[in-house]
Design a protein around this ligand. Structure first.
Ligand code: SF4
Ligand code: SF4
Length: 189
């Protein structure tokens, strides 16, 4: 299944697999690898996490959830809105678990992107900057701040708040040179 472009019934398991394929298409695994190896994992202390194996209980909630780093990537790639609207169709998402029914009607589908190079470039910058900052809290703080400002851009309308959020995002991601280049390339396609 490469896309969900028609109204149809989708099983919960298909939704999770589709979400994972979409994330793969954006290259998020490169970023997660850097984040996890530097202590920023969002799965920390979760009872469903198995040492050396990963998540034992994949669910629609964790699949659809985006941390600040991924939210910023999706925002810059112009995919955040479609991703959020897609998952709004899926009921029963909760914290680290779901109550999603076995089958869900999906009215509006989305196409799996093929922009792994964006995630890869972001991860490259993140690894370099993490090393440079040499501070265990760097990734966690960056993640929280990106989440805060991208969320503001998504929900607020007033000019001042939007301008402030854009300026803060520029400051936070100053130094993400590889990502900026990859983004320019992607936008010029
Ligand atoms: S916090 Fe974000 S980048 Fe880190 S492991 Fe979780 S989803 Fe991946
Ligand atoms: S349930 Fe969610 S938070 Fe827990 S290990 Fe799985 S993906 Fe990570």
């Amino acid at each position: 299944m490469n896309s969900l472009d028609k109204e149809r019934l989708i099983t919960r398991e298909e939704l999770i697999q589709f979400g994972l394929q979409y994330l793969q298409g954006v290259g998020t695994s490169y970023i997660c690898n850097v984040c996890i190896s530097n202590g920023g994992s969002c799965c920390m202390n979760c009872s469903h996490l198995e040492d050396g194996k990963g998540c034992k209980q994949r669910n629609t909630s964790c699949t659809s959830w985006l941390c600040g780093l991924l939210k910023f990537l999706f925002y810059e790639a112009g995919l955040l809105e479609e991703w959020e609207h897609f998952w709004e169709q899926v009921p029963g998402r909760a914290f680290r678990q779901d109550y999603t029914p076995p089958v869900v009607p999906i009215q509006k589908g989305i196409q799996i992107p093929n922009i792994q190079s964006l995630g890869q470039a972001f991860a490259k910058d993140l690894a370099r900057l993490t090393k440079k900052h040499n501070n265990l809290d760097y990734i966690i703080t960056l993640n929280n701040e990106l989440d805060r400002y991208v969320t503001r851009l998504s929900i607020y309308n007033d000019f001042e708040t939007l301008e402030e959020a854009k300026t803060e995002l520029e400051k936070l991601t100053w130094g993400f040179y590889s990502f900026r280049l990859a983004l320019q390339d992607y936008r010029n396609r």
